[in-house]
Design a binder for this molecule. Sequence first.
Ligand code: IVH
Length: 669
Amino acid sequence: MEPAARIEQLRALLREASHRYYVLDAPTLSDAEYDRAFRELEGLEGANPGLLTKDSPTQRVGAQPSEKFARVPHTRQMMSLANIFGDEDLVEFDARIHKLLGEEKVTYVFEPKLDGLAVTLIYERGRLARGATRGDGLIGEDVTANLRTIKAVPLELQGKPPPVFEARGEVFIGKKDFVRFNAEREAAGEPAFVNPRNSAAGSLRQLDPRETAKRPLSIFFYDVGETGGLEFKSHLEKLEALKAFGLRINPENKTCSSLDEVRTAYSALLERRHQLIYEIDGSVVKVDSEDQRRRLGAVSRTPRWATAYKFPAEEEATTVEDIQVQVGRTGALTPVAFLKPVHVGGVTVSRATLHNEDEVRRKDVRKGDRVFLRRAGDVIPEIVRVITESRPPEGLPEFSMPTACPVCGGPVAREEDGAILRCTNLSCPAQLIGRLRHLASRSALDVAGLGEETCARLVATGLVKAPADLANVYSLTRDQWLGLERMGEKSVDNLLAALQASKKTSLRRFVYGLGIPQVGEATARALALRFPSVELLVGASFDDLQAVRDVGPAVALQVSEFLSKAENRDAIARFLTAGVAPEPEPVASASGPFTGKTVVLTGAMTGYTREEAKAEVERRGGRVSGSISRKTDLLVAGEDAGSKLKKAAELGVKVVDEAGFRALLEDAK
Ligand code: IVH
């Protein structure tokens, strides 16, 4: 084949592969195949410099570093959006539109609002000619060389584009890429970026495109500018055209034919926000019809036909009013920051845990500091950093941990790994209250009506003075309960009934309820399976404990220390005397097909939900794991099983389908 023809062939292959990989997210070429073709093309171009063109896939990093960016006027203004923050604002936005359009029906397009940097790309005769940032909306900066390095930006459009076509979108860095990139920077001793938005903006404004090429930038297109004579009746048509030209549009975009549909789309997006692989700070609601857009017009630089419907901020600044040390049920001393209440992530937050002394040191949080507080999704609010710039010039006193328990005044000891300080007095009121609450919690003995306040009163009035007294909740008389502050007849009767019912429980709940440090529900279950009675558990040696699957040496040590203390043994004995009767876990047969096996579930089954399938396996002595590895014994693959099936084949893991799974379950009955 002539070099010219082969070069064209390779370019077409690589372009198609990039498009499938970066735009359609459906690659057809392996990375190695891509690299081979790329190197062959580079070689041919090197040998035939006359055939080298600027739009070759090898020429993404072409230009030399610039001194500074040239200014480019936008032929069509790049507008920005007004922000709205809640349903009231949304109703107002919609009402204004209907006031101007009368009774007409309005269709909205709902899009995620990516948190990146707006850019515009001008294609002339289908080729990328120029790219610019938004700037002030009228004049931007020429960042063509940098935009060319973004793999999702085609250097050449597909289909039949008009002589001039301008595409607009948002450049961003995905969350994972951001974390990886930041880790690399830190390893290289370079300062990390604060968030993906900043790093996307910073990366695009590098003077040296070779530097930009190293940054994992991506793009979604959401609008057109100059259309070279192409006419669009609606936003959806524009999105279709972008897609047809090979420009990546967001698959999350939705059409909404009523305000209610916008609401639903908004809630759904807010819910999924943290599952998305890129950061969004809200949504954009746009009127679909071009004709309606024209009639609605704009107010200065913001259109009336679109708005940014933002999510509640996940990061806010506030003041640390105090740092107090709390004592938990295991005696651990936890510094807690008491904050000036602030609305963040959709809720009002007035305190944030500082975890331990090391954490306070690392962040250097002090009473009186201004701090950034973050609450993402359902995640516990966290102080991200101190705004040291706001600290008074004379400074603030450093925080230090107390040398005695702030609740009982008893001695504190540092745990072996050093991070945690614990109050060593097992009769410390804070520990007793914590243990009572834990015992009554839903996953433990599940005693409704034994809440924080009641537990605190039991301790305050001396009805519970030591661990062994924890069992007193089962022996207190009706009158004694009634004697506690704020306990009415009805609540006492309910509580007594709940206590009575809680005596019949499972061993795993009881073990969990004891509140052994580091023993969560899963470990409690593992212990209960291995030691099917309280006596056997109490008699277990450190080695016995350590031999239990899922119990490592650190946990085994905690368990054996806990069980070796006379106070705790007394407490356990008193529970049993009081009538608490933990039932052993149903024992799986010693040799069934699931006994001791690690099973992974994937795909959908018609007869079992994931939870049901898991329970069936566990009842038969198996363990269900989320990810497949060499240790996996069996993969149960339902419909549409994906990558796990492939991995199982690679690792030689046995695979069964739903019917096979059912048969094994029958076998193991
Ligand atoms: S449309 C006139 N759609 O938000 C409409 N903007 O102030 C122009 N953005 O500058 C923007 N995602 O940087 C639009 N799906 C989306 C967007 C989006 C993010 C950014 C863009 C724009 C700013 C609005």
